[in-house]
Design a binder for this molecule. Structure first.
Ligand SMILES: Cc1ncc(COP(=O)(O)O)c(C=O)c1O
Length: 420
C-alpha cells in the first residue's frame, strides 16, 4: 500500500536541510539538545523548575524583570475585567479605547508622532515592510537582518519590488548597492537596531547619512533595544540620530516591556497608510486589550525615576558578567546590550556546553546554525535586572569549569568566525 498523503508530506519535509540538521542533533544528543524546554514552575529572581531540577534562567528577554512586577500584573488583571479576554475582531474594523490609549502613551514615551501596534514584531515586519514599498520602489536589507524582515522582504519581492542585500553593518557597501540600483521611485533600507545573536549595534548615523543622500527611509527593527537602550529605554535610534525625521522605528512589547506585541513608531500620516497597507494588521487579530493596559503601566515605569534604578541593576549585572567572562579568557561577543554571547564554535560542543551549564543549575541558550554562521555556535546569556549578583558569580564559576572540561576558542585567537 502506498504511503498516505500525510506520511508523504512528512517525508518530503524531512528532506529539507534544516529539518535534517535539527533531527540529527536531536537524535545524537537527546539530553544535550535542550530545545522545546518546558518550565513547570517559576520562582523569584529567574528561578525555574525543569524536569524536577531548579535552575536559574539566563534565557529570558524580560530584561527589566517586569514580568514579575505586581503593578504590571495588576494592570493585566484589571484589563481582563474591563475588556474580557479578547476583543474578537481585526482592528481594521474596530478597536477598544485601550488600543488608542496604549498607542498614544507609547508615542509620547518614544517621541514619535504616532505608534501603530501589531500582534508581534514578526507580524509588524511581515505587514509594514512589504506595505511600504510597491513595484517601482527599492528595498535594501542588511544581510544579517532578523528573519522576520527577510521574510517581509520576500513578500515584497513576490509583489514585484526590487530587493537588494548589503553587507552587514557596512555603510560603504550600502553606497555600492545604491550605485548599482539604477532608478527607483522611493527606497527603504531595513536593519536591526541590535543584532541579537551577537549583540552588535549598527552604525546608525552613517547608514542614515547614506539613506538621506539616496532618498531612502531607514527602517530600524529595534526589538532588543526597546526598554533597554537609550534614554528612558527609547532604544537605539533617537540617541544616535537626534530625531526620527528619516526613520521608521519598530519596537517590541514582548521583550523588555514584558507584555505582548510589536509596534511601529511613525509620522501621523504613516499610521493610516500602514493600517491600509499592512496585511497582518487587516487580516489578523490584535494584541488582547488586557496587555494594552499593562503596556500603559510599563510606559509609566519607563518615564519615571524608578527606571534608572531598575536599569542600574541590569547594567551592574551585565558588567559583572562581562568582567568575569573576559577574566576567564573566553571569547565574549556583545555586552553593550544585556545579551552576552560566549563563542563556542563547533555545533556539537555548543550543545554539550549548554547541557553542562544546565547540570550545574543554569539555563542558557545554545545557539547554532542557522541562527549564527556554521561552526560559530554560541552560548547566549541574557542578563536580567532581577538576577541576583550571586547568581552571576555562580554562573561564572560554572563557565570556569566549562573551560576546564571543553576546548573553547581563546580570546587571543586570530581566527574567529565573528569579529569579537
Ligand atoms: C530584531 C528582532 N525582530 C523580531 C523579533 C521577533 O519578535 P516577536 O517575538 O515579537 O515576533 C526578534 C526576536 O528575537 C528580534 O530579535
Amino acid at each position: 500500500m502506498s504511503a498516505s498523503p500525510m506520511a508523504c508530506l512528512a517525508q518530503a519535509m524531512r528532506q529539507h536541510g534544516l529539518v535534517r540538521f535539527m533531527e540529527h542533533y536531536a537524535r545524537t544528543y537527546p539530553d544535550a539538545h535542550l530545545k522545546n524546554l518546558i518550565a513547570d514552575d517559576l520562582g523569584p529572581n529567574r528561578e525555574m523548575e525543569v524536569d524536577g531540577r531548579r535552575v536559574i534562567n539566563f534565557g529570558s528577554d524580560s530584561f527589566l524583570g517586569l514580568d514579575q512586577d505586581r503593578r504590571v500584573q495588576a494592570a493585566l488583571i484589571q484589563g481582563v475585567r474591563r475588556w474580557g479576554s479578547h476583543n474578537g475582531t481585526s482592528r481594521f474594523f474596530a478597536s477598544v479605547r485601550a488600543n488608542e490609549e496604549a498607542e498614544e502613551k507609547l508615542a509620547s514615551w518614544l517621541g514619535t508622532e504616532a505608534v501603530l501596534i501589531y500582534p508581534s514584531v514578526t507580524l509588524t515586519n511581515l505587514g509594514a515592510l512589504p506595505g511600504l514599498v510597491s513595484k517601482r520602489d527599492l528595498l535594501v536589507i542588511d544581510e544579517h537582518a532578523h528573519n522576520s524582515m527577510q521574510e517581509g522582504a520576500k513578500i515584497a519581492q513576490a509583489n514585484g519590488v526590487r530587493v537588494m542585500p548589503f553587507s552587514h553593518c557596512n555603510p560603504a557597501d550600502l553606497e555600492r548597492v545604491f550605485d548599482q540600483a539604477g532608478e527607483y521611485r522611493s527606497a527603504v533600507v531595513a536593519i536591526d537596531g541590535v543584532y541579537s545573536m551577537t549583540g552588535a549595534l549598527p552604525p546608525l548615523a552613517q547608514l542614515n547619512d547614506v539613506c538621506l543622500r539616496r532618498n531612502a527611509v531607514l527602517y530600524v527593527d529595534d526589538a532588543h533595544g526597546t526598554a533597554v537602550l537609550g534614554r528612558k529605554g527609547r532604544g537605539t535610534v533617537y540617541d544616535a540620530l537626534g530625531s526620527y525625521d528619516n526613520t521608521l522605528v519598530v519596537g517590541s512589547l514582548s521583550k523588555g516591556f514584558s507584555c505582548f506585541g510589536g509596534f511601529i513608531g511613525c509620522p501621523r500620516d504613516f499610521k493610516m497608510l500602514l493600517k491600509i497597507r499592512s496585511t497582518t494588521f487587516i487580516f489578523g487579530g490584535p494584541v488582547p486589550p488586557a496587555y494594552l493596559e499593562a503596556v500603559c503601566t510599563v510606559c509609566d515605569i519607563l518615564n519615571s525615576e524608578e527606571y534608572e534604578e531598575i536599569h542600574g541593576r541590569l547594567t551592574s549585572n551585565l558588567q559583572r558578567l562581562m568582567q568575569g567572562a573576559h577574566a576567564l579568557g573566553l571569547v565574549v561577543l556583545g555586552g553593550e546590550t544585556p545579551i552576552v554571547s560566549i563563542l563556542i564554535g563547533d555545533e556539537d560542543i555548543t550543545l554539550q556546553a549548554g547541557r553542562f551549564l544546565f547540570e550545574k543549575g543554569f539555563y542558557v541558550q545554545s545557539v547554532t546554525f542557522p541562527a549564527v554562521p556554521y561552526h560559530a555556535g554560541v552560548l547566549r546569556i541574557q542578563v536580567n535586572a532581577n538576577h541576583q549578583p550571586s547568581a552571576i558569580d555562580e554562573l561564572l564559576e560554572a563557565l570556569a569549569a566549562l573551560k576546564q572540561q571543553f576546548t573553547l576558542p581563546a580570546a587571543e585567537s586570530k581566527e574567529l568566525p565573528f569579529a569579537a
